[in-house]
Design a protein around this ligand. Structure first.
Ligand code: ANZ
Ligand code: ZN
Length: 824
């Protein structure tokens, strides 16, 4: 054995061995319990960063631990390989996105291998491979046939810098999630996935995902945004037409004193009287230019314009002036709001601004509101007033009663509304999966026929950065024949959002080279669902919701049975340095390569696992890295020093141990118990590692290490350290295990079990009271009987004086804790 720990040598050796032996190849085996572990696959941006190191180290501990426990583990890796940065890089370097992407993948794959991560590399997927994206085209067309994919003209979020459409989820504070440019609105023909058809199921199933963080589930529920309420018709004055509103507060309908429409409402212009028309048109134009996302927010200035027309409140028969208002969104409900200024804050501010009437319909209990004196809307619950037959009811009861009444009278009906919008998947970009349809002037949208699939992304595009989508500039791609009428037609040049690819890659990993379809049902059934998914909290809404949706679609198309893809979710924290998230723009990046170069992969892994629990942010510290490295050196040295005495030594015999030996053995087995509990399902890696460190201290402090009677215990202790460290520092542990004379792998050896006898504390302390007062203590064996404890307590020296000349009337024993002697 080398006296010194040389990480590079050790790591090289085992990485080669694992690669040759295909040690982490996963094969379906119905006789073995499966465990599917997955980390969110990376975008091949060029190099891995510390966030990746952390994410994948966490995953690797679990994968290795589960393998040692005997599970059949699937642990795959791949690349979320389509997307805009590749295109931007191509423009910058005058090269091709494919070249850039595949070079990055090669480099990053090397980096991941260098970390000793236990992936089944045979299952590697790159979503830009034709083998992958062609199946997605097939699924797309099936979705199209079922009406789950459709095209419509709509106002979309447009990033002028990226020259592309963004989904609502990709707009953060009115800016592009990628480049931070201000997002504008644009009208385009767009492809959508009908995720709203799944809104209820997506919501219901969040209540079954008990392996997900509550915070993520809450974010998903809010995003889906289910609201229960009513649609109510308000007749227009002097017309047979009606305005339909959506409200969750039908209890306030008697207080509705005006009407607010979205400026995009189809009746908006029609309702404008000749005198009001110029102002109305100007207002509509103004709102169109403003940011759609800011429009929903609380702090924006509420503005509107009177149309000149009126409608009638169907319950009070009062006239209600009809306004257009900037805070009413056409995409939600019906695009029309019955305004109740007394009980809705936005309506209140609007009414004050435009001097509109107020009518109180709910009083706080025991109080009477006067509309003139109000400084803000009263939005809490209370008692109904000015509401005819509903007066005196609790407003919560009136909600039901009014809904029933409206329904009976044919004025309205109970409805459910979702905030969730359909998923816009069109991107005006080259480097993506082509949407497999043809646009014909005569026939409209025509799906690409099966014999012409897949639509291959052509390689001969020019990347100038100007003029929008490069695909649209390739005549050979665009110009085609309509499969129905044979006339010349145009091929669709929109590509799919990259979130489509990441919505089913975890399914494809189950049968990555299946050639008869997107998924091999049997294999998917064996492996799915993912038992543990790990990734950043930034995907709480976007990716995780889409992936859940797409899995349900695949189920409904008959590709799989599973309804929820991820049984358990772990969201890991960020890597922080000098108080800020590690990022290129902050200039506080630590390059994993440099770290591995200097200390080895095992130290990099150990540090990132030891410095913080997975869910918490990890504060980078050079001393921490150094400390991890020194710890490994100490363990190495410990093995080096003790190894010569171990030859031919067997397992410790419990009844032949010295008291010190017994103590050490207890520490060993307690540590095994603690590490197992900390790692299994709880992922408290930091405390698990700390426990092993303490055990190492205990072994080092053990004086008579090499005296023959103690060697078996010391050997067991040292080997336990090596086995317990295996998931964290796999090369290091396997090397030491081999040096310790074993010719199997640590995985084959299995996870150590603790000895239930060995963890028993030698003695426990029982408190002795006399007539309820503390008088002494006694040490007994944990297994001591009540009789033995009682005898020992009565015989205790310090207790004797309190018993002298007295009669013991009763002895009460609280097992393992207390003896109370009652004397009189
Ligand atoms: C009358 C009312 C009175 C309302 C009251 C609230 C309080 P959630 O819970 O988010 O679903 N609303 C309806 N459609 C809208 C749209 N397109 N743009 C802006 N606001 C809209 O919110 C439902 C409430 O939001 C509805 O109930 C409606 O105002 C408003 F004291 O109707 B309410
Ligand atoms: Zn045609």
């Amino acid at each position: 054995m080398e006296e010194r720990y040389i990480p590079a040598r050790v790591e090289d050796k085992w990485q080669k061995e694992w690669e040759e032996k295909q040690s982490f190849k996963a094969t379906e085996d119905p006789g073995k319990k499966k465990y599917y572990l997955l980390e969110m696959f990376p975008y091949p941006s060029g190099r891995i960063h510390m966030g990746h190191v952390r994410n994948y180290s966490i995953g690797d501990v679990i994968a290795r631990f589960k393998r040692m426990q005997g599970f059949n583990v699937l642990h795959p890796m791949g690349w979320d390989a389509f997307g805009m940065p590749a295109e931007n890089a191509a423009i910058q370097h005058k090269s091709h996105p494919a070249k850039w992407t595949y070079e990055n993948i090669d480099y990053m794959r090397g980096q991941l291998k260098r970390l000793g991560l236990s992936y089944d590399w045979e299952r590697e997927i790159a979503t830009c491979n034709l083998d992958y994206y062609k199946w997605e085209q097939q699924v797309f067309l099936e979705m199209y046939r079922k009406g789950l994919a459709y095209k419509k003209r709509s106002s979309v979020n447009w990033c002028p810098n990226c020259e592309t459409v963004l989904a609502n989820e990709q707009v953060e504070d009115g800016c592009c999630w990628r480049c931070d440019s201000e997002v504008v609105q644009k009208d385009l023909e767009q492809w959508f996935f009908r995720i709203t058809d799944y809104a209820q199921e997506l919501l219901d199933d969040t209540f079954k995902l008990d392996g997900w963080p509550e915070r993520v589930l809450t974010m998903q529920r809010n995003w889906i945004g289910r609201s229960v309420g009513c649609e109510i018709d308000f007749p227009l004055e002097g017309s047979l037409n009606k305005i339909k509103v959506f409200t969750t507060r039908q209890d306030t309908v008697f207080g509705a004193t005006f009407m607010s429409l979205a400026p995009e409402h189809p009746l908006a212009l029609e309702l404008a009287t000749p005198e009001q028309r110029p102002q109305v048109e100007a207002f509509i134009e103004k709102v169109k230019r403003s940011d759609r996302l800011k429009r929903g927010s609380e702090d924006q200035e509420k503005e509107g314009v009177f149309t000149g027309s009126y409608c009638i409140n169907p319950l009070t028969n009062r006239r209600m002036p009809i306004f257009l208002a900037n805070f009413v969104l056409m995409e939600y409900g019906t695009g029309a709001v019955m305004a109740v200024p007394t009980h809705d804050q936005r309506d209140f501010e609007f009414a004050r601004k435009y001097d509109l009437p107020l009518q109180v319909v709910i009083n706080p209990s025991g109080e009477t509101l006067a509309a003139e004196g109000m400084t803000e809307a009263f939005t809490a619950d209370g008692t109904m007033v000015n509401s005819g037959r509903f007066d005196g009811m609790a407003n919560t009861d009136a909600k039901e009663a009014i809904a029933d009444y409206l329904q009976k009278e044919g004025i309205g009906k109970k409805t459910v509304n979702f905030r969730l919008r359909d998923w816009g998947i069109s991107r005006q970009r080259y480097w993506g999966n082509p949407i497999p349809v043809i646009n014909c002037d005569l026939c409209g949208i025509v799906p690409v026929p099966p014999e012409q699939l897949p639509v291959v992304l052509p390689m001969d595009a020019a990347f100038t950065g100007e003029g929008g989508n490069p695909l649209a500039a390739i005549p050979g791609f665009v110009n085609c024949e309509c499969p129905v009428c044979g006339k010349s037609a145009r091929r669709e040049t929109d590509t799919m959002d990259t979130f489509v690819q990441s919505s089913w890659y975890f399914l494809r990993y189950c049968s990555p080279s299946f050639t008869a379809g997107p998924l091999d049902r049997e294999k998917v059934e064996y492996w799915m669902p993912v038992d543990q998914y790990i990734g950043g909290i930034e995907h709480a809404v976007l990716h995780l919701l889409y992936a859940r949706f797409f899995t349900k679609v695949m189920r409904d198309l008959g590709y799989c049975k599973v309804a929820e893809p991820f049984a358990n979710l772990l969201t890991q924290g960020m890597v922080i340095k000098d108080g800020a998230k590690m990022s290129k723009s902050k200039g506080n990046v630590v390059d994993p390569n440099a770290l591995i170069e200097r200390y080895g992969a095992d130290t990099a892994r150990l540090f990132s696992l030891f410095a913080a629990p997975p869910e918490k942010d990890l504060d980078w510290s050079d001393q921490g890295v150094d400390g991890s490295y020194r710890f490994l050196n100490r363990v190495w040295r410990l093995v080096y020093d003790t190894l010569p005495s171990f030859a031919g030594v067997g397992a410790p015999q419990a009844d032949a141990l010295s008291p010190e030996g017994k103590n050490l053995r207890r520490t060993v087995h307690k540590t095994i118990r603690k590490v197992t509990e900390d790692v299994d399902g709880r992922f408290h890696f930091n405390t698990a590692i700390a426990a092993v460190m303490e055990l190492v201290n205990g072994i080092q402090a053990f004086e008579a290490k090499t005296s023959p009677e103690n060697v078996p215990v010391v050997k067991e202790a040292v080997e336990s350290v090596v086995r317990l460290l295996a998931p964290f520092v796999p090369h290091f542990s396997q090397e030491l295990w081999t040096e310790l004379g074993h010719d199997n792998t640590l995985e084959a050896e299995g996870w150590p079990a603790y000895d239930t006898d060995a963890v028993q504390d030698e003695e426990i302390t029982v408190v002795i009271q006399v007539n309820g007062k503390l008088r002494g203590k006694v040490s007994v064996a944990p297994a001591a009987t009540e009789e033995e404890v009682r005898t020992a307590a009565l015989a205790e020296e310090k207790v004797q004086p309190f018993l002298a000349d007295k009669t013991v009337r009763k002895v009460i024993y609280v097992p393992g804790k207390l003896v109370n002697i009652v004397v009189g």
